[in-house]
Design a protein around this ligand. Structure first.
Ligand code: DGJ
Length: 683
């Protein structure tokens, strides 16, 4: 709720619960009643958080704007409302600033700030942030950090005076990116507490902070992290910030993520598609791309029900390891005289479509592109010295039109020559550069143009695992690769937190090798399979190593995945709040007619008999049947006998009892999962 009366910068009165049908008079009354006292030893007017908090309004926190001139003295010039969108235009001597807010049908609030130069001279934009109020009761904060192969690790702290600021200069969110900042009432959980989650829909450098100013006002702010001089507006030019998204819930983080999921599902094409079960060749062969071996892998994949065969890194000319051969998107004719056609035809003859790995924003020094156009390498200053390499590679400067056109033409040629259904679009290095703004916009243009030319080609965003997952890129792709780590124990955690923002059908949930290539841990097949059902399923395992019995287990799982994928693609993700070693999560159909749950032991618990397992999100008034799903071998229990319900055919109980009282917990050994299918018995 905004108070846009008068000519001053409008104040934000409320962001949170829907206030219902309130008369104009009561809205005005509330706006008046919310004006605070005038503090001692402060300015002589009450301080209110405005839509553009700046120093001249006595806002002593981080300001919304930092310009090289004229970032004070704003007056309202217009307030326009259209459908769910409100645009507030403010003017100063130097610029016009528009603050847009949109309340989406899902109840998600999004906002952005644009700055248009009114001067005859250049105007530098150093910051243009969206700032939202947080109530005093939201004094616990959860956000994320992480590392390669361990993305999105939660961290909690109290909100205190001062700012908790997270910045990414990776030129992408980064493995340790903040991802989501969630402020809430103390102890908020998945199902309890009031929470305010904020995310910046941007794939470049960014900042988000939560700040309590002078012990009273608390705000959360976010915006692009711009280097000095990175955005300089010529006369009449405009800078528009990325959208910042806010999701409020009084039902804990599950309610918050429901809004994000509903928005993403409505605004992207992804959820209408069948999400084919895919096999990706990376961990099976790495760079050792022998076509005979790949054909054998494709045959085995098809025999278990795989629907898409994805050829990973190593297919390009000269790309025999990660030190070379990046940047020229042509097939290695020395190793594949007939190009990709034999492999694609082999896949097609087995009923699979074909996907291909690319990393269009990158190049190695030996590539023809780098040799012929060294000036296309992204440098801190155009024409400046070469930057440091990372994974032996450089970044292609997509803001140079010729470089952009070149890579677009190469990708276009590939997609025109071959029937490619899917691109795995990788991005394997940070871009620590003061020019990430133009690069990020150019990436979006490249994806958009490719989509325009090849509208049916699906694109996965990968960034050395999950280092670029945000609503900016999600708007242009069908799924993300959440991590390079295929160890199912690690993936349990990665899915749990990634799914707060990303709907499950939009992240790859892949079956890894028996012994994880990254952690060296060995896991039962059933645990690996159960973990891989809660997303867009795929396989990284070299199926040629699998025994006949294991292949039939994988085949059973593939059939089950195809059965449950419509549920995964539409359902509500629910997670139970527990403080022990059992993680309970599920996907419940929007009409609550069915659900899939998993109970996973992520460590050896303290209690030999854990507390009962509640199944959240079911319809309290309906009766359900609960059945164990077998994925081959039975989960290992650390007990003399399982709870009796586990050996019965099924349990039939009302939803209210399942959600509130629950089932006796399976005393699982570490890294074991029990999978449950829950179906409503009556409509
Ligand atoms: C990093 C990705 O995350 C992997 O899945 C794989 O595609 C490699 N890059 C290939 O270089």
């Amino acid at each position: 709720m905004l108070d846009a009366r008068g000519t001053g910068v409008p104040a934000i009165v409320h962001w949170g619960a829907d206030l219902g049908d309130v008369s104009d008079a009561d809205l005005a009354g509330l706006a008046d009643a919310s004006v605070a006292a005038v503090a001692n030893a402060a300015v002589d007017v009450p301080i209110r958080l405005s839509v553009l908090p700046q120093l001249d309004q006595a806002w002593l926190g981080r300001p919304a704007l930092a310009l090289t001139s004229g970032d004070f003295g704003f007056q309202v010039e217009s307030v326009e409302r259209e459908a769910g969108l409100i645009r507030i235009a403010l003017g100063s001597a130097a610029c016009t600033v528009a603050v847009d807010y949109e309340l989406t049908p899902e109840g998600l609030l999004r906002g952005r700030v644009s700055v248009a130069n009114r001067l005859d001279s250049p105007l530098g934009v150093n910051e243009a942030n969206l700032i939202l109020p947080l109530p005093a009761r939201a004094h616990e904060l959860l956000d994320f950090s992480g590392r390669w192969s361990g993305e999105r690790r939660p961290q909690r702290r109290a909100v205190q005076d001062g700012a908790w600021t997270r910045e990414s200069r990776h030129g992408r969110g980064g493995h340790d990116g903040v991802f989501l900042s969630i402020a809430g009432t103390p102890g908020f959980g998945f199902r309890t507490g009031e929470v305010w989650g904020v995310h910046l829909g941007w794939s470049g450098n960014q900042r988000v902070w939560v700040e309590r100013v002078g012990g009273s006002l608390t705000a959360v702010g976010t915006g692009e992290l711009l280097a000095a001089g990175e955005v300089v507006l010529g006369s009449a030019d405009t800078y528009t910030s990325p959208w910042a998204y806010g999701s409020w819930s009084d039902r804990g983080m599950d309610g918050m993520s429901e809004r994000f999921h509903a928005f993403v599902r409505r605004t992207t094409a992804s959820s209408d598609r069948p999400h084919p079960l895919l096999l990706n060749t990376w961990e099976a062969v790495y760079f050792d791309q022998d076509d005979a071996a790949l054909r054998e892998l494709a045959d085995t994949a098809a025999s278990v029900g795989v629907e898409r065969f994805v050829l990973d890194d190593g297919w390009m000319a000269g790309r025999t390891d990660d030190t070379r051969g990046l940047g020229d998107w042509t097939v290695d004719r020395a190793r594949r005289p007939d190009g990709l056609t034999p492999l694609i035809e082999q896949a097609a003859s087995r009923g699979m479509d074909f996907g291909l790995w690319v990393e269009p924003e990158m190049l190695t020094a030996d590539s023809a592109t780098a040799t012929e156009h060294p000036d296309w390498i992204l440098r801190d200053v155009p024409g400046g010295s070469l930057p440091l390499t990372a994974r032996h590679q450089y970044v292609l400067d997509l803001s140079i039109q010729a470089a952009f056109d070149h890579v677009l033409a190469q990708l276009d040629a590939l997609l025109t020559e071959y029937p490619i259904a899917y691109l795995k679009w990788d991005h394997n290095r940070d871009q620590p550069t003061p020019r990430a703004h133009a690069q990020t916009l150019a990436l979006y243009r490249l994806l958009d143009e490719l989509h325009r030319r090849h509208p049916t080609v699906e694109i996965e965003a990968c960034a050395s695992g999950g280092a670029r997952i945000d609503l900016g890129v999600l708007d242009r792709i069908v799924r993300v690769w959440p991590s390079d780590n295929n160890d199912p124990l690690e993936r349990q955690a990665i899915y749990r937190w990634t799914s707060l923002l990303v709907p499950p059908e939009m992240f790859g949930a892949h079956l890894g090798a028996t012994t994880s290539h990254i952690t060296g841990r060995t896991h039962d097949l059933s645990y690996r399979l159960a973990t891989s059902l809660f997303g867009w399923a795929g396989i990284e395992w070299d199926l040629r190593e699998a025994t006949g019995a294991q292949l039939s287990q994988v085949g059973m799982w593939a059939t089950l995945y195809k059965e449950v994928r419509p549920l995964v693609a539409r359902g509500n993700v629910v997670r139970a709040d527990r403080d022990d070693n059992l993680w309970v999560h599920g996907i419940v159909a929007p009409d609550a007619s069915e659900a899939l749950f998993s109970i996973s032991a992520v460590s050896l618990g303290d209690a030999p008999i854990p507390a009962p397992v509640q199944l959240p999100g079911l319809d309290a008034r309906r009766r359900y049947s609960v059945e164990l799903v077998s994925l081959g071998d039975e989960p290992r229990l650390l007990a003399v006998a399982a709870p009796p319900w586990m050996t019965a055919d099924r349990v039939e109980l009302p939803g209210r009892l399942l959600s509130e009282v629950g089932l006796a917990a399976p005393p699982l050994a570490p890294e074991q999962t029990v999978l449950l299918r829950v179906r409503a018995l009556e409509a």
